[in-house]
Design a binder for this molecule. Sequence first.
Ligand code: PCA
Length: 213
Amino acid sequence: MTQVLMTGFAPFGGEAVNPSWQAVSRVAARRDDVAAVELPCEFEASLPALRRAIEEHRPSLVVCTGQAGGRAGVTPERVAINLVDARIPDNAGAQPVDVPVVPHGPAAYFTTLPVKAAVAAIRAAGVPASVSHTAGTYVCNQVFYGLMHLLATEFPDVRGGFVHVPFSTEQVAAAGQAEPSLSVASIADALETLADTALRVTEDLAVTAGAEH
Ligand code: PCA
């Protein structure tokens, strides 16, 4: 039975792969209680696809993930904002600027994942991780905000949140670059650790994850 729904994204921005999808599909392949669904990197189609996945799998936990190229570790996101401001067109060619994810929705939602406990567990498993306080203003933040709005308004017993992951080492090597990266295997281990932590822990650790910038 599916307990955890994990989503990853299709490749975007000229990349050949998206490590978020590669990692979540790897977790789902080894866990009966985890289902993985790939979301399109498209403003119009991503949230309807997420809703369909939640209605189909009826999870108790939803972990959406996406690629954040340039980050050096796995970064559970703390806050989703009600704003879309696309730097580049999405995979359907749409580039909305300064529109809300949900008209008249609250300015922001906080994750309901125990992000600090998850970061501690991921680090203990040997993978770099830190709490992030911005998921950006592109499709990932849109999905994060849309997820939290959906859970708050229609699925109040379901917890969820969003995790950005770095480029994969394989992806960076294939592109002949040298950017910060983690292997798909490490990203998958980190996401599995996060899900297990969230299933076990409902009250987050009272330790600082504060940042000045
Ligand atoms: N990352 C993008 C969208 C899809 C993805 O994997 C983002 O951070 O918004």
